[in-house]
Write a protein of this length. Structure first.
Ligand code: ASP
Ligand code: MG
Length: 403
């Protein structure tokens, strides 16, 4: 018999009928003898709606009140869920984050869990109850409510699983698991049975929407095994686990892409020590994250070109910051907001040579131009024109036998 933290995403608890169905799923597990704690998201659409309302009041709505407002979404679901379990004659109660407490640090809207007091939770589990905890939130040391960033209820589930020493964490969502790529753009995508934390982290960071990347990172650091599966089917989902439990028969595990990138090139920048730091300092000070970076070796030792990518929403601000930056002189600033990053991820590439060649060759055959390349131990990313994403993903997916 296992101790499991079961998390339901927004679509799985979108209305009372679905909450009742999800509660039945929990009843089955209890009847099988498992010990369960439940974490819930807000009902689908609720968080977006609350954000919209806050903006109707004030575009720059106060961050503390924003968190208290958004936290209410999950609070509603937690009480309805506990009620649904009680209706099925399962002992249950909701625990709000301040009642435990779940303590967070960091800025509002983007906090992280640093501590979960588990005495009440464990007492509840020992009594044979199913505690239901609202995801996505906690309290600060000053007893203000905080939230963990969009999609943050995954992180709540992982943190709880770690703190109550669960055997694993089950994430119920509206897809059957993690796919080799997004099935919406490539019908040949296949469900992955097992994926390592590292690979999943890359996939999540690179654009796979199934799990929030922070939560995967937490799972990896604490070795909390995750099972992702659908509330709407009985099929086995995807297991996210440590790589000792996986045998790699494929070189590549998945193909991910992002659609919201932009690229900036500084042409003819001086080539001297400190120049790269001067370019990126104001971006960092304005909280703009830079992703891919390439700098050419200058042929004349005087001037070089620097290209980097950022989120598309940060393009305007970044260009301004660079134009106003007195520390750097360059001949021309070029930018493009119609670019996308396509990446292959797989621990198998560590031991297989020729992976980069195979990827580039499959793109070449489709006449897709590569603008920027970046690599890590288990990932190769290329920047291409966004109109070619679908073609690129399909080509790579077949080249690596994932179809
Ligand atoms: N309700 C929050 C959101 O929509 C958190 C979550 O669902 O994980 O971002
Ligand atoms: Mg969600």
């Amino acid at each position: 018999m296992s101790k499991i933290v079961v998390k339901f995403g927004g679509t799985s608890v979108a209305n009372t009928e679905r909450i009742i169905n999800a509660a039945k799923l929990i009843k089955q597990k209890i009847d099988e003898g498992h010990t369960i704690a439940v974490v819930v998201s807000a009902m689908a659409g609720v968080t977006n709606d609350l954000i919209k309302k806050s903006k109707e009041i004030d575009q720059e709505f106060n961050a503390e009140e924003y968190d208290a407002l958004l936290a209410s979404g999950e609070q509603v679901t937690s009480t309805l869920f506990a009620g649904a379990l009680r209706k099925l004659a399962i002992k249950s109660r909701s625990f709000q984050s301040w009642q435990l407490p779940i303590v967070t640090e960091g800025s509002h809207k983007n906090s992280r869990i640093v501590y979960v007091e588990t005495s009440k939770l464990n007492a509840s589990l020992d009594k044979g109850e199913v505690p239901v905890i609202p995801g996505f939130q906690g309290v600060t040391k000053d007893f203000r409510l905080s939230t963990l960033g969009r999609g943050g209820s995954d992180a709540s589930a992982v943190a709880l699983a770690k703190c109550i020493n669960a055997d694993y964490c089950e994430i119920y969502t509206d897809v059957e698991g993690v796919y080799t790529t997004n099935p919406d753009i490539n019908p040949k995508a296949k469900k992955i049975d097992k994926i390592s934390y590292e690979e999943m982290l890359e996939m999540a960071t690179l654009g796979a929407k199934v799990m929030q990347s922070n939560s995967v990172q937490q799972a990896m650091m604490n070795d909390v095994e995750i099972h992702v599966r659908s509330t709407f089917s009985n099929k086995e989902g995807t297991q996210i686990t440590n790589d000792q439990k996986i045998s790699y028969d494929k070189v590549i595990t998945g193909v991910a892409y992002s659609k919201d990138d932009a690229k900036i090139t500084l042409q003819g920048v001086e080539d001297r020590p400190g120049i790269a730091a001067s370019i990126f300092q104001p971006l960092y000070e304005n909280n703009i994250s830079v992703d891919m970076i390439v700098q050419n070796i200058s042929s004349d030792h005087k001037k070089t070109d620097v290209t980097f990518t950022i989120k598309r929403e940060d393009l305007k601000k970044s260009v301004e910051l660079i134009k106003n930056n007195k520390e750097i002189k360059c001949e021309k600033i070029d930018y493009d907001d119609k670019v996308s990053k396509v990446s292959i991820v797989g621990a198998g590439m560590i031991t297989h040579p020729g992976v980069a060649y195979k990827m580039f060759n499959s793109l070449a055959k489709e006449k897709i131009n590569i603008m920027v390349i970046s690599t890590s131990e288990i990932k190769i990313s290329v920047l291409i024109n966004e109109e070619q994403i679908q073609k690129a993903v399909a080509a790579i997916h077949s080249a690596f036998d994932l179809d």
